[in-house]
Ligand binder design. Sequence first.
Ligand SMILES: [Zn+2]
Length: 118
Amino acid sequence: MVVKKKVEKVECNDRLCPKHGDKKLKLRGRIFEGEILKKLPGRVTIQFERMVKVPKYERYEKRKTKLHARLPDCMKNGVNVGDLIQISETRPISKMIHFVVISIIKSSKMGEKLKWRQ
Ligand SMILES: [Zn+2]
């Protein structure tokens, strides 16, 4: 008998999960870090600031970028609005989504608790 090896520590029925799922999403392209603005079923919107040079004034200005990223099933409980997360580019999943959440850098809940203690 052949026993198939399955690593199932976290239940994840998401087919488009970069870690689990039978159709693993291949990560390629650029990686960004940003704060979550919106959390919707299966996806999040993140925002981050970037610097753009203004040649006329020889200075830099801040510009904001919003990106939509897919949120895999196994991460949906660990992510909240205000968290700092890392997203990676992947193939286009829908019209707007071609990024996927890969890790949580800083949880806003932890920050709130720390602030509250002070
Ligand atoms: Zn998963």
